[in-house]
Design a protein around this ligand. Structure first.
Ligand code: PLP
Length: 279
């Protein structure tokens, strides 16, 4: 008899719920998005949907209607009635017997949660500590794929060191991004912010592009160039950019204090601009 064992329960294989055979679980074979709302309105939904559509295309998951995803997200968000919500959704290539090659009959599977977003005002006000970790990820980090093991290991290492985020360093000694955030440094007396150029080695972060759009009219020049941990340690200011927290000042980098251990003026100004933008 073909069978399956779930924890300590044995059942006939034929009785398995399809979710146990999801390709997302077997292979991380799927893509995802995280969208948030501010004050009862979803933020940058179209940008997230566009990135989601691109991720699906890049991994060749077909047969997904983005208009349908938009409707599902909006309906679930309305139904949840949470003003500051975190909306997670993913699509996997389908479910079925474990085989690297997906069967032609498989249908993409959709999953979503709408949860209360955990605001972290103390992080914004006082800043956070970060630590570096090798970037062990694959060569298509521009795809928001469910394969997050290297990110998870990096973040767990940071947590062990009492840090809020792991900053990933590639084999050339350059910083790519955080385990789940983009990173910027501030230089030239607060008149320039620097972040890594987009490419296959980082996620095209939506918060990153929003920060760039807000900085320019405020007279802050945006420079896209690679930098290293040594540059980050000497930076006037450092900050992270991520959907769930928008901008978070970094005040300690591998135990080195940044900006006297307090969030700097440029970062604080960008936080204010962001808050105005989403008000
Ligand atoms: N980089 C990585 C690896 C991420 O996982 C995330 C978000 O989860 C980000 C950057 C920030 O992207 P976004 O601003 O679109 O949330």
């Amino acid at each position: 008899m073909q069978l399956a064992v779930i924890d300590d329960k044995t059942i006939p294989y034929a009785d398995l719920e399809p979710s146990y055979l999801d390709r997302g679980t077997f292979f991380g074979d799927g893509v995802y998005e995280v969208v948030r709302s501010y004050h009862g309105r979803l933020f940058a939904l179209e940008e997230h949907l566009a990135r989601f559509e691109r991720s699906l295309r890049e991994v060749a998951i077909t047969g997904v209607d983005i208009a349908d995803i938009r409707n599902r997200v909006m309906a679930a968000f309305e139904r949840a009635g949470i003003a500051n919500a975190k909306v997670y959704f993913h699509i996997t290539r389908g479910s079925g017997d474990r085989n690297h090659c997906a069967a032609a009959w498989m249908k993409p599977r959709f999953f979503m949660t709408v949860m209360e977003l955990e605001e972290k005002p103390a992080n914004k006000e006082h800043g956070v500590s970060v630590s570096t970790f090798p970037d062990w990820r694959w060569k298509r980090c521009d795809i928001k794929s469910l394969n997050l093991l290297a990110n998870v290991m990096a973040r767990m290492d940071a947590e062990k060191k009492g840090c809020a985020e792991a900053i990933l360093v590639n084999d050339s000694g350059e910083i790519t991004e955080g385990s789940s955030s983009a990173i910027f440094l501030v230089r030239s007396g607060g008149s320039e912010i620097v972040t890594r150029p987009l490419g296959p080695d980082i996620l095209p972060s939506i918060t990153r592009s929003m920060v760039e759009r807000l900085a320019m009219p405020a007279g802050v020049r945006v420079v896209e160039e690679a930098f290293r941990p040594e540059d980050a340690m000497r930076a006037e200011e450092l900050f992270l950019a991520v959907t769930t927290q928008d901008i978070v000042p970094v005040v300690q980098f591998d135990k080195i204090r940044i900006g006297g251990g307090r969030p700097g003026n440029c970062t604080r100004r960008l936080i204010e601009l962001f808050a105005e933008h989403v008000r």
